[in-house]
Design a binder for this molecule. Structure first.
Ligand code: ZN
Length: 293
């Protein structure tokens, strides 16, 4: 949605609430008594259970529960987060929306990033998949504690598994090989064990896929979980071809995250990656994408 259609549709708090209600009604509201039959009480922006009369506000049970920010602010933030390729920091969003307090904005933005990750976790990658790990610079409070360092400055590297669907193409006239990529995933790893990689492969990749990677020892069991696992020595030439998209993505992600946030705490890295990948997976606006908002 571009800026023009956004302002046309969501001019007021009321229009945002009505839109939110419409979305919520599609899923349905469940009362704690077990009933899902409700009256709508507009004057209170609440649902009332037909059976036990319990009231559920429009916000409760949703991402906005316990937030004091208006629906309009949430909608504007969703727009800012998803409309631009580059992304916004919470500080910039606070400034753009003219909000006094930083903490509620920070909390809202992180909840939205978490929701983006949940949304994408519904899908698995299929076909030919490139897999590699990227090392992201993070501010690590754990390292600081270990070294007894006080204040800022301790920096660590966090490894992240990056996966990219990639279809090889060959130009019939020139014989030149290239590849075309579609969807991505990024998962922060806690170590270098094969077991963790196996879990990531099981939850992220369809078992009929073909996976390309380098010969890292942590990838030793991947063949057990997919149709075929092809490994190549990680010298420049082979990986430039077979792991092309995953490498482009790793460097783009690093550049985007560093450009927007300068310093990232290790424990929040997955949330920033959620946002990056969510947008990457929806980069073809209006295209026939299987990834819905
Ligand atoms: Zn009830």
């Amino acid at each position: 949605m571009n800026l023009f259609s956004f302002s046309a549709n969501f001019v007021s708090e009321e229009s945002c609430r009505l839109h939110f209600k419409e979305q919520r009604d599609k899923i349905g509201v469940n009362c704690k008594c077990g009933s899902s039959e409700h009256f709508w009480i507009k004057s209170r922006w609440s649902y009332e259970c037909k059976k036990c009369k319990h009231r559920t506000s429009l916000r409760s049970g949703t991402i906005m529960q316990s937030s004091n920010l208006s629906f309009l602010i949430w909608y504007k933030t969703m727009f800012l987060l998803s409309a631009t390729k580059k992304g916004f920091s919470s500080k910039e969003i606070q400034k753009q929306l003219g909000l006094k307090r930083y903490e509620p904005v920070w909390s809202m933005v992180h909840k939205l990033r978490k929701a983006m990750g949940n949304r994408d976790s519904r899908y698995t990658l299929e076909g030919m998949i490139e897999l590699d790990e990227g090392y992201f610079t993070v501010e690590s409070s754990e390292i600081e504690k270990d070294k007894g360092v006080r204040g800022k400055g301790a920096v660590g590297k966090q490894n992240v598994a990056i996966m990219a669907e990639s279809t090889p193409l060959e130009d019939i006239e020139t014989g030149k090989k290239s590849s075309h990529c579609r969807y991505f995933k990024a998962k922060v790893l806690s170590g270098h064990g094969a077991e963790e990689i196996n879990e990531v492969v099981i939850e992220s990749i369809d078992d009929k896929s073909i996976v390309f990677s380098d010969k890292s020892t942590s990838y030793i069991d991947i063949a057990d979980y997919v149709e075929l696992h092809i490994t190549e020595k990680s010298d420049k030439e082979t990986t430039n071809e077979t792991l092309k998209w995953v490498h482009i993505t790793i460097s783009n992600a690093k550049r985007t995250l560093l450009g927007n946030y300068h310093k990232i705490k290790g424990k929040y890295l997955q949330l920033y990656l959620n946002e990056f990948v969510y947008k990457l997976n929806r980069r073809y606006f209006g295209d026939n994408t299987k990834y819905n908002y």
